[in-house]
Write a protein that binds this ligand. Structure first.
Ligand code: LMR
Length: 348
């Protein structure tokens, strides 16, 4: 396990001992500089994430590693830890705040536990009619305002990364909203998803991404929603008989860093990393649609699950039912965020 230069042995032991959440460790982190750059010892950025390397996020993380190491001429070493191998969904944000890892890209549905509920506006069903609308909104003022809300939590938000639209699945066909009645559906954490599924009569349950396949296989939950690339790389289509390509909610990631670490980076390092992040973001956003289309093709070709494309009328019925649930969450997400997202979409 490599550590950022300048970490004290006590810090290292605290991390190695898995002592996340221990107040003494948090105190140490506050009292010491996160690193001191030296020519001999590169600054280490640990980038932890939960998907496989062959997803838009996995490929984006590798692209950032490649460019970040190149642009900083060896001053920075970027270690990518995919597949929840270091931390699961909730633990990874705690680890970032404590400085045990420096960079993550959680889906925006996972920010509520740290008190930034506004991010869940990005999970609203049918808020984005297409990828172009999503990109417009997140790259514009409302996207920037959302990232800035993380500052107060000791987190710097660097970018949004795209991973397409959600499908929804179960072991029975889901053609109409009423087909969800009584089904236990896995969600990743968003109260917005909880609200819209509950309003359809489903029983949403938060389960970590790394545990989803098993939860579906053993019947802990009946169904789930996710993007084609996540279904395919987690083999979810092998344990779900019916998939509806609804494209209802969008899966966005916020790439985030420990703010104290980021702010303390030397002047000859941070701009290079910002450039690398900008290019890795453009790359990820450019490949996301094709990655998801290819994954959907592979799921169909596997024959393991019936993949259903809803008719225009069916999609409209779902849209009306789900959009009606915005009112259930506007107090939580914020009317202004919903309004700003809708205005950004309309301004296309
Ligand atoms: C999920 O938990 O379903 C997603 O957030 C996983 C991911 O990071 O794509």
């Amino acid at each position: 396990m490599a550590f950022a230069a300048g970490w004290t042995p006590a810090c290292r032991n605290a991390v190695l001992g898995g002592a996340i959440g221990v107040a003494a460790f948090a105190g140490l982190l506050l009292a010491t500089s996160p690193f001191q750059a030296s020519a001999q010892q590169p600054i280490v950025i640990k980038f932890s994430h939960v998907t496989t390397p062959d997803t838009p996020k996995g490929k984006g993380a590798e692209k950032f590693k490649e460019l970040g190491e190149k642009y900083t001429g060896g001053k920075v070493k970027i270690e990518v830890y995919p597949n929840s191998q270091l931390y699961k969904d909730k633990e990874e944000i705690e680890a970032l705040q404590l400085g045990a890892v420096q960079m993550l890209a959680p889906s925006t549905s996972k920010f509520a536990p740290i008190g930034v509920k506004e991010f869940e506006g990005l999970d609203l069903p049918f808020i984005f009619p297409d990828e172009a609308a999503y990109l417009k909104a997140t790259k514009g003022p409302v996207g920037k305002a959302l990232l800035q809300k993380l500052d107060a939590k000791g987190i710097a938000g660097l970018a949004f990364w795209d991973n397409g639209f959600h499908m929804i699945s179960a072991n029975k066909p889901l053609r109409k909203p009423k087909d969800l009645q009584g089904l236990k559906i896995r969600i990743s954490g968003s109260k917005v998803a909880d609200a819209y599924l509950r309003a359809m009569g489903a029983l949403p349950q938060i389960i970590a991404f790394s545990e989803l396949y098993q939860a579906l296989q053993t019947g802990v939950v009946d169904g789930c929603e996710n993007t084609p690339s996540n279904y395919y790389t987690q083999k979810l289509h092998e344990v779900q008989k019916h998939i509806n390509v609804m494209n209802h909610a969008h899966l966005s990631y916020a790439v985030i860093v420990n703010k104290r670490f980021w702010d303390a980076l030397p002047a000859d390092v941070r701009p290079q990393l910002e450039k690398a992040m900008q290019e890795a973001t453009d790359y990820t956003d450019a490949i996301a649609s094709k990655e998801n289309a290819d994954a959907l093709g592979a799921i169909k070709a596997s024959g393991k699950s019936e993949v259903y494309e809803p008719t225009k009328a069916e999609r409209e019925e779902w849209r009306e039912a789900l959009v009606a649930t915005y009112k259930n969450v506007e107090g939580r997400v914020g009317k202004d965020i919903i309004r700003d997202l809708q205005a950004a979409v309309l301004s296309q």
